[in-house]
Structures are given as structure tokens and as C-alpha cells.
Ligand binder design. Structure first.
Ligand code: PXL
Length: 274
């Protein structure tokens, strides 16, 4: 099994490829990478970061890969630096995904009701088109609201998750929405194989944890690639993410430096391979 992870490399802050590589390797899965940009840190809370767009390099990399005839069992895309890169991911999906392969899109664009630095509504529109090609999309609640064109809830309690999932299903049959808070719980909402809306919840921990979505998405892809069902993959990835957040809330003083997911990897793997 080989996964192509298309994501940025943020040198500091433990998100994107610096999460995906160790998590997929630990799952026993080959993780090939296509870096979309190199940043000195991620953009969530740091200022003055550097950002090198790698679009030109990607074109050369893809040309070389064509000569190798490579195909990937999974293509998993995350943070994309430009609309041109969204179009390149669509091309990669068509050219490099193995027959019967799985295309997973994490439409990384924002959090806490807002788009990240550098993202526009035009980017959201193009990302929605990419989501139409995906087997699974993994937006957080903010990204899901932007994609579905519904207001971000100021109070999660009166939010209609079923209506949100239905809207997302008009362009992707398998949406999995993370980070739905409701009082003391935080949930992942999805539609199961019988098209029933389900939620899987954990205790909510206050604060913004950059990279949590990448921990979830990487673990989800790793579990799928190891042959787990979608539902089991959601549960294992959520447990791993929630435990990493709970640990980090206690141990990491500056949350910008990312989750201490490393210390929860062993427990995650024990559940993956009981
Ligand atoms: O974890 C999402 C993410 C990925 N990549 C970059 C980011 C963020 C969130 O802020 O800034 C560069």
C-alpha cells in the first residue's frame, strides 16, 4: 500500500507533512510526498513566517513520475498554496491514482469560523470542485460551513449537523466533519454505509490546537490503508487525536508548537493492531 500525501512542509509547528509522514510510517504504510510549499512555521498564530510556493517544482516532479509509471493506492491532499495547486491535485488524481484507489481531500482552509491567512472565497469555490472528485472529504466545521455555504454557528448547541452533512453530500457522498463542539463534547460527524448520520464524541478541551486536523486525517488514511472500515478508521483516528489533544493541553505550554501526538502513537497502534 502506498499513499501519496500532498501537503506543505511547515518546518516548525507539527502539522501537515511533519505529522503525516510519521503517522503513516507507524501504521506500516509507505508514504510518498509531494510538498506544496515550505514555510518556516505554520500560519496559525506565528507572524513573520516565510512561505515558498513549490508549484514550479511540482510540475517537474510530475513529469519525472510519469516516466516511472507510478500509481498510488491513496492520494491524500491537505494544505494547498494556490488555486493552481488545486488544479494540479485534480490532475494527479486522474493520472496517478491506481484503479480502485481512494482519493481523500482534507480541504484545509480555515478554523474557528475564519479562513486562514492567504485564503479567499474564490479558493473555497475551487476547493468545492476538487471535493466533487473525492471519495472522502475531511473538513473541520469551519471548512464545512464555507463549502456548504452556511453560516458558522456562534453557538454549537443549536447547529443542525444533519442539514450540513446533507448539503455536503450534494457534492461528495462521504463527508466527515471534524471539530463539532457542543458544550463539553467535541464530535466527528459522518454518514455511515447505510446513509445514517452518526457522531463520535470526546471530551472537549478548550483552546486551538493547530495540526489536530492533520493528526486525524493522517490516522484516518493510515487506518483505511490498513484495511479498516471507514467507521472503525474514524473511531481510531478520533481517539488518537483526542488523546493527543488532552495530553498536549497538560504538557505543551505554547500550543502553536503542535500536538504531542508522538507519545500517543503507541496506544493508537495497539488499537490498530490489537
Ligand atoms: O494544520 C493545518 C495547516 C496546514 N498547513 C499550514 C497551516 C495550517 C494551519 O494553520 O498554517 C501551513
Amino acid at each position: 500500500m502506498r499513499v501519496l500525501a500532498i501537503n506543505d512542509l511547515s518546518c516548525i509547528g507539527k502539522c501537515s507533512l511533519s505529522v503525516t509522514l510519521p503517522v503513516l510510517s507507524a501504521c506500516g504504510i509507505t508514504c510518498d510526498v509531494l510538498p506544496t510549499a515550505i514555510l518556516s512555521t505554520h500560519t496559525g498564530g506565528f507572524t513573520g513566517y516565510t512561505f515558498r510556493d513549490l508549484t514550479d517544482d511540482i510540475l517537474g516532479i510530475l513529469q519525472h513520475w510519469k516516466t516511472l509509471n507510478v500509481r498510488f493506492d491513496y492520494v491524500y491532499s491537505g494544505y494547498l498554496g494556490s488555486i493552481e495547486q488545486i488544479q494540479l491535485v485534480s490532475h494527479i488524481h486522474k493520472e496517478f491514482l491506481a484503479p480502485n484507489g481512494t482519493f481523500v481531500v482534507d480541504p484545509v482552509m480555515g478554523d474557528s469560523g475564519k479562513l486562514y491567512d492567504g485564503f479567499t472565497t474564490e479558493f473555497v469555490d475551487q476547493m468545492r470542485k476538487l471535493c466533487k472528485e473525492a471519495d472522502y472529504i475531511l473538513p473541520n466545521l469551519t471548512e464545512a460551513c464555507y463549502l456548504a455555504n452556511v453560516p458558522f454557528p456562534s453557538n454549537g448547541n443549536d447547529f443542525n449537523t444533519t442539514a450540513l452533512l446533507e448539503k455536503l453530500q450534494t457534492f461528495c457522498p462521504r463527508p466527515i466533519v471534524t471539530g463539532i463542539t457542543n458544550g463539553r463534547t467535541i464530535s466527528v460527524a459522518y454518514v455511515d454505509a447505510e446513509n445514517r448520520v452518526k457522531e463520535y464524541s470526546h471530551e472537549n478541551v478548550d483552546g486551538f490546537f493547530c495540526g489536530a486536523g492533520d493528526v486525524f486525517a493522517s490516522a484516518f488514511v493510515g487506518c483505511l490503508a490498513r484495511g479498516k472500515t471507514e467507521e472503525t478508521s474514524i473511531r481510531l483516528a478520533s481517539d488518537f487525536t483526542a488523546l493527543s489533544i488532552i495530553r498536549s493541553a497538560k504538557e505543551v505550554s505554547d500550543k502553536r508548537y503542535g500536538l504531542n501526538f508522538e507519545r500517543e502513537l503507541f496506544g493508537f497502534l495497539k488499537n490498530l493492531e490489537p
